[in-house]
Write a protein that binds this ligand. Structure first.
Ligand code: AMP
Ligand code: MN
Ligand code: MN
Ligand code: MN
Length: 279
């Protein structure tokens, strides 16, 4: 049987629509043989996901997607094959929980200035892990008919420079990689082309990332664009990084992105799963 890898996905432990169990069932149904659950800044979904994965004989890689600030810019760093019980990693998630809580309260206050009240109070009981993201606010705005779709919530309120945007200092690159490594994992730069960064800034970032022990970069993502794949592959080769691939699946409602629906792995490059224990 050919292995089908999808090493980036979300559950209700952060801003995904499916519970960890339902995510596993859907991955199985879509033919994925090895899935990584990588919720934003939390490992809260992993134990339920592991239990469900065992039942359907799917390999689940314990993962996380850390929010990180480097040179005032936000990057997402996926940690793969982590021990979710590692105390240093857990201290990291706790720090980000505090940052996310404070930020969510500020976003809510800014929305109040637009006469949109009670966002934080409405959202908090719906997120058991407490990891509130802008996606949660986008859904809140949509449900209250303040916007007509999720994208518009970002365009009108939540996006950078918009009225409810709150600039945030996430974890440092050094701390992020330290937590991932302390937990025995490998660090992968998520969706490198989504940062809209110049090639020269990307090279600066990747130099710092490598210096801290970063090993991988996502080359294949859920919405393939040949030009972006080519550029990501070029960075991977230039910086001798392992290539990863992941859909960044959040919800079945997004028809563009599906678990396991990815281009074939790139050729002539080391693949990140070569570093994982074989099942
Ligand atoms: P945060 O980490 O709280 O800033 O939230 C980022 C999350 O919001 C991402 O992981 C996406 O799930 C979602 N997101 C960001 N930008 C958009 C957008 N333009 N449209 C829909 N969802 C978005
Ligand atoms: Mn998300
Ligand atoms: Mn991301
Ligand atoms: Mn993601």
């Amino acid at each position: 049987m050919t292995a089908i890898y999808d090493l980036h996905s979300h559950s209700t432990a952060s801003d995904g629509a499916l519970s960890p169990e339902d995510l596993i069932l859907r991955a199985k149904e879509k033919g994925v043989t090895c899935l990584a659950l990588t919720d934003h800044d939390t490992v809260a979904g992993l134990s339920a996901a592991q239990e469900a994965a065992k039942k359907v004989d799917l390999q689940l890689i314990n993962g996380i997607e850390f929010s990180c600030t480097w040179n005032k810019k936000t990057f997402h760093i996926v940690g793969l094959n982590i021990n979710p019980n590692n105390p240093e990693l857990l201290a990291g998630t706790k720090k980000l929980h505090t940052i996310r809580t404070e930020r969510a309260k500020k976003i809510s206050k800014k929305l109040e200035k637009n006469n949109i009240v009670g966002a934080y109070e409405k959202i908090i009981p719906t997120v058991p892990s407490g990891m509130i993201t802008r996606s949660h606010f986008a859904h809140f705005l949509l449900e209250g008919n303040h916007t007509s779709n999720l994208q518009q919530a970002f365009d009108l309120y939540l996006g950078q420079g918009k009225s409810a945007f709150v600039g945030t200092e996430w974890a440092s690159l050094e701390d992020t990689l330290h937590w991932i490594h302390a937990a025995g994992g490998v660090a992968v730069l998520a969706h490198p082309m989504r940062y809209k960064m110049t090639a020269s800034w990307m090279r600066r970032f990747l130099t710092a990332f490598k210096a801290e022990g970063g090993l991988g970069i996502e080359v294949i993502t859920g919405r393939p664009n040949p030009d972006e794949t080519r550029r990501a592959l070029h960075f991977a080769t230039q910086f001798e990084l392992y290539a990863s691939m992941g859909s960044d699946f959040h919800s079945p409602k997004n028809k563009w992105i599906e678990l396991g629906r990815l281009s074939p792995p790139p050729q002539n490059i080391k693949l990140i799963w070569e570093l994982f224990p074989q099942q």
